[in-house]
Structure formats: structure tokens, C-alpha cells
Design a protein around this ligand. Structure first.
Ligand code: PMP
Length: 353
């Protein structure tokens, strides 16, 4: 399929690379492709970024048949633009499609389209340290119909926008509220894929935790509220004695690409890394025994987010004196070093645009 390109006649002013936030500024163009039952995916095109007029009965507005991905393009010091493991995002995109009864896309074609879009908007990839171009591919149901069934038509879009450094003053440990009332997901549900409903389901807990002075919640399992699942919109790791532990993928945890990369790095470094069930009780007991050395979240946005404090069951744990742990720092430096091509990439994770 050939991608038609229509360039904007009204290029926007680009924000300064120095004070970028997240998710508010969008590049000049977007990629779009349509799906029609019987015809498949068709009409791939790059067009000026802008609003789309839809019927109010659009299925996605009512029943949330929508999936998305999130990744970044990085400008290297010698002015190349690279992506980090984008094939993994495309694979997960299709896993999300599968679970939401959305027709899959050709992963290689979607990646090629993404690269083409970045190429067209290459001047939007910022160059200040720690900044990047955030890329948001997403698919949603477009039948104007109020019955509950999978849609027969869809739109696949990719939008991008420059984002600031997540940490402006170095890695920053966060305060975490262990959530025992609300749950994010259950096995058999949709927690293991990136679909809009998971984020809608998380808002209430997030809001209540914020009101109590916490940055994020630590999610527990939906059956017993016993086992650790994720932290905010990140996967979670604990360093207990000489073992690094992360919850095993159990059907309700999102398989993060940063999580996978951390596991591979830790193995490469010869450290003991276990993917297993870990209860919140075990975490607090490890702390009492003096064995809980570090905890951190992993995700595309922050890469590594050290946990400085955990609150559960009227007990408060301060980790590593509220300071950033050694392993958190090492993983952060290694991953960001690879992403910006400042460190060797022994795994071939970085892909040129
Ligand atoms: N869990 C959830 C719920 C997320 O939204 C994300 C962000 N995609 C992650 C974990 C981390 O995934 P990744 O490392 O692929 O960004």
C-alpha cells in the first residue's frame, strides 16, 4: 500500500526544546488509515494534524472499543533520530487488537508508516537533553451504531508531539499508596492490553491517592488484594536481599517493554531476577528484616521511577532512606544511554528512523 502524503500549508510554531511538558503539543502531521469489513485496512495517508468530525453515535464513544500504544523517538547527539524496540510496541498493539476484537494491522507496515510520519515531522524531534518525540498510535471503532458488538469499521491513527525530560532535576523518588479498595484489572479481563477502559478504571484510585498526598497507587490483585501487580501506569520491581523480583505476567498485568528490557539487562549483568508472585506482606516483611533495598517502577515515560515511600495498612515504609537506589540508577543510566545512542547497544534495541 502506498502512503499518500498531504503536507500542511500552515506549519505551527515549534515550542522551545527547553520547557516542554507532556502530551499537550502536537506535531504538524498525523498518519491515518481506515478499516472496512470486507475490504481490510486501506487508504493509508499522512495529513495535516487536526480535528476529525464524527457522528455522535460512534461506537468508541459509548463502549470504548479502542486500543493504543506509546513510544518515543530520540534525537542522538550526532543528530540521528532513533526508536527504542518499536517492533515490541507493534506486537503489543496487535495483542491489544486481538483482545478487543479489532482487526490486526500489518506490524511491518505500521512501523514503516510511523517512520515515514517521523521523517515528515523530523524537525519536531526536540534536541535538549532528556527530551523526545512521543508517539501515540491508536485504533478505535467508527461504526455509528448503539448496539453492543465489534464495529465493522475502524480508524488507525498515529499522532506525535515533543515531550520534555521526565526528570528535570535528576531521578526523583515518589510516594506510593498501596491500593486495597479499588483494583485496576483482573485475570481474564483487559488489564494485559493497552485499552482505554483500563485507564478510565484507574482514575478514581489515582485521584483519592493524590488527595492523600501520594504520587501514584500500587495496584494489588483483583481477587484477594494480596499480590502486587503494577504501580500507577508502570510495572514494578523490588530488590530484596540479592534477588530482584517483579510480578510474573499473570493475565492482568501489562507486559511493559521497559520491564522486559530491565529483565534482559539484569540477566545480562548476571544478577538474580525472578518473575514470580510477590505479596505486599512479603514486601513489608522484607523491609522489617532489613532486606528491602529498593523498589522502582518501569515504563516508557519515566524509564525508571524510584519508590521512596510505601503506605499500606496504616504502615509506612521509607525505602533506602528516601534516596535513589544503586540498581535503579544503574538501570536508568543504561537504558537512557542506549536510547540516546550514548552507550553500546548489545541487544540491537535501537532502530534508526
Ligand atoms: N503498565 C501500564 C498500565 C502502562 O500503561 C504502561 C505504559 N505503557 C506500562 C505498564 C509500562 O509499559 P512500557 O514499559 O511498555 O511503557
Amino acid at each position: 500500500m502506498e502512503i499518500k502524503i498531504e503536507l500542511t500549508k500552515h506549519p505551527k510554531e515549534k515550542p522551545s526544546s527547553e520547557n516542554l511538558g507532556f502530551g499537550q503539543v502536537f506535531s504538524d502531521h498525523m498518519f491515518m488509515m481506515d478499516y472496512t469489513e470486507g475490504k481490510g485496512w486501506h487508504d493509508p495517508r499522512i495529513v495535516p494534524y487536526g480535528p476529525i468530525l464524527y457522528d455522535p453515535a460512534l461506537m468508541v464513544y459509548h463502549y470504548g472499543q479502542a486500543i493504543f500504544e506509546g513510544l518515543k523517538a530520540y534525537r542522538t547527539r550526532d543528530n540521528h533520530i532513533v526508536l527504542f524496540r518499536p517492533d515490541e510496541n507493534m506486537k503489543r498493539l496487535n495483542q491489544s487488537c486481538e483482545r478487543l476484537c479489532i482487526p490486526k494491522v500489518d506490524e511491518e507496515f505500521a512501523l514503516m508508516a510511523m517512520k515515514k510520519l517521523i521523517e515528515v515531522d523530523k524537525d519536531w524531534v526536540p534536541d535538549a537533553p532528556g527530551t523526545s518525540l512521543y508517539i501515540r498510535p491508536f485504533i478505535y471503532a467508527t461504526d455509528p451504531y448503539l448496539g453492543v458488538r465489534p464495529s465493522n469499521t475502524y480508524h488507525f491513527l498515529i499522532i506525535t508531539g515533543p515531550v520534555g525530560a521526565y526528570y528535570k532535576e535528576g531521578l526523583n523518588p515518589v510516594k506510593i499508596y498501596v491500593e486495597s479498595k479499588y483494583v485496576r484489572a483482573v485475570a481474564g479481563g483487559i488489564g494485559a492490553v493497552k485499552t482505554a477502559g483500563n485507564y478510565a478504571a484507574s482514575l478514581k484510585a489515582q485521584q483519592e491517592a493524590k488527595d492523600l498526598g501520594y504520587t501514584q497507587v500500587l495496584w494489588l490483585d483483583g481477587v484477594e488484594r494480596k499480590y502486587v501487580e503494577e504501580v500507577g501506569t508502570m510495572n514494578v520491581f523490588f530488590v530484596i536481599g540479592n534477588e530482584v523480583v517483579t510480578p510474573e505476567l499473570n493475565g492482568s498485568i501489562l507486559p511493559g517493554i521497559t520491564r522486559k528490557s530491565c529483565i534482559e539487562l539484569l540477566k545480562h549483568w548476571g544478577l538474580k531476577i525472578s518473575e514470580r508472585k510477590i505479596s505486599i506482606q512479603e514486601v513489608f516483611e522484607a523491609n522489617e528484616k532489613g532486606l528491602l533495598k529498593e523498589a522502582f517502577g518501569t515504563g516508557t515515560a519515566a524509564v525508571i521511577s524510584p519508590i521512596g515511600e510505601l503506605y499500606w495498612n496504616e504502615q509506612r515504609v521509607i525505602l533506602n532512606g528516601g534516596k535513589i537506589g544503586e540498581l535503579s540508577h544503574r538501570l536508568y543510566d543504561e537504558l537512557t544511554g542506549i536510547q540516546y545512542c550514548e552507550k553500546p547497544d548489545p541487544f540491537g534495541w535501537v532502530v534508526p528512523v
